[in-house]
Design a binder for this molecule. Structure first.
Ligand code: FEO
Length: 161
């Protein structure tokens, strides 16, 4: 049986992951409209991953006999024009998600809910990987600078994610 406060936070996290999925689909569509087709694909894949994260959390709540509560999702429409801005928004968002996962992990530990702590370890590691990969992409974008040819090459590399 899950502690009530932990269950509420887990549900909140389900909704945050679904929000992330929706956000990245929105960004993918916007990038497509800007003709960054590779990056559009990258964000579409990212959106699918976020959906999987939400599914993982819902499955865990059910496994522990909890109830899932889904909320309406409203996503901010970002009006960015560059890949740099898109990945900066992503990094900021992922850092925020990391802080939420850490709060969840800390609560599970405080409650001595070892099962939840072990379950959440996967998310702690996943956040570290996500932040690291977005940081690497931002470093590359900074190296590319204003060179349009390199930027297009970089965009086409993102198509293979
Ligand atoms: Fe599921 Fe990117 O956080």
């Amino acid at each position: 049986m899950l502690n009530e406060k932990l269950l509420n936070l887990l549900n909140q996290q389900v909704n945050k992951e679904l929000y992330s999925s929706y956000l990245y689909f929105t960004m993918s569509n916007h990038l497509h409209e800007l003709s960054f087709y590779g990056a559009s694909n990258w964000f579409k894949k990212q959106a699918s991953e976020e959906f999987e994260h939400a599914t993982k959390l819902m499955d865990y709540i059910h496994q522990e006999n909890g109830k899932v509560h889904l909320e309406a999702i409203k996503v901010e429409q970002f009006k960015f024009q560059t890949l740099k801005e898109a990945f900066e928004i992503t990094l900021k968002h992922e850092q925020y998600v990391t802080s939420l996962i850490h709060d969840l992990f800390a609560l599970a530990r405080e409650l001595k809910d070892y099962r939840s702590e072990v379950f959440l370890t996967w998310f702690v590691n996943e956040q570290s990987e996500e932040e690291s990969s977005v940081n690497t992409l931002l470093e590359k974008i900074n190296l590319i600078g204003d060179c349009k040819n390199l930027l297009l090459k970089f965009d086409s590399e993102l198509a293979s994610r």
